[in-house]
Design a protein around this ligand. Sequence first.
Ligand SMILES: Cc1ncc(COP(=O)(O)O)c(C=O)c1O
Length: 387
Amino acid sequence: MNTAQRLNGIGEYYFSKKLREIDQLNREGRQIISLGIGSPDQPPHPDVVKVLNEESVKPNVHGYQSYKGSPVLRKAMAAWYRQWYGVELDPDQEILPLAGSKEGIMHICMTYINPGDLVLIPDPGYPTYRSAAALAGGNTTPYHLTEKNNWRPDFEELKNLLAKRRTGQDGVLMFVNYPQMPTGQLPDKKLFEDLVSFAKANQVLLVHDNPYSFILNEKPMSLLGIEGAKEQVIELNSLSKSHNMAGWRVGMLSGSKERIDEVLRFKSNMDSGMFLPVQLAAARALELSQSWYDDVNLVYTIRRKKVFELLQSLNCSFAETQAGLFVWASVPPASNDGYDLSDTLLKESNVFITPGGIFGSEGNKYVRVSLCTTEEKITEAIQRIKN
Ligand SMILES: Cc1ncc(COP(=O)(O)O)c(C=O)c1O
């Protein structure tokens, strides 16, 4: 049987292949230090694990769960949005827990995109936006983020791209993500206001992907915090990075009741509610105080200094104010591009860093280094490079 046509042009996810290659090199005895993916290596708060343990031994928690998630989790999500972002959400109508925000990207694409619909994708950006929109049949069109423009959209370019709509009446989906991955660029209120007014003026549904707002960032912001945004914005969020729970698969989608109901029409046919003890433990995680975020960020701050040192030893240049789990840096003139530098490092120093080109052509001259490895390992990587 042949694979479906919708898979044409969709390759296996870069890291799915690359991690296999690194595994193989390790089996050959190479002991690669991987500074690739953004999977937090530290555990969740002990109280969170305690809730999971206590709840999972109960006899009555093993059945199917509500498609809309446990009310306890939805309430905790609403309280978290109020406390940290100053955004009011109705826990019964404006929040949908997700088994990970990556999955949510697919749910949104399947809910809104018809074959041929224009979908605006940040370049550089998280590769799943493009692949999920393409799987849904969308006409995926990159909008360019450049260092010169502080990795922000050029609204003139966006207006020009809207001309690619089949008719002036067509709705358009646009993915945005600040703090931006891979560039680490932070948002400010003006950027968010401009995005919402652009969306309002042009029938654009903004999908704001917001998993990094607590990492190396003192002022978490939600696009839903902009007045009138609920009509134009669906926001994805996640506990993967902020609470060291990437493997638990807990995320959320927030927006108006109409948007939540629309996505639920697709999602409830795709999956079921998460394991209840996971949901209750996630609710506990969302109640953690400032000191949790401070402790997590202290570790990343120390590692980031080391990563700066590593990048300096490679003659890369970078901004020191980036948020999120990575440092984004431009390659020195001696390297053709990020692929060249990444391949050379892997071959000569047994260190893996991600070539920026996997995030789009605007990332070609860059590399991305993850902070999800211990300080000792980063120090060892620097030694290997120097040797
Ligand atoms: C920008 C961005 N969005 C979404 C995700 C997916 O996160 P989750 O674990 O919630 O699926 C990632 C993960 O790396 C990411 O970098």
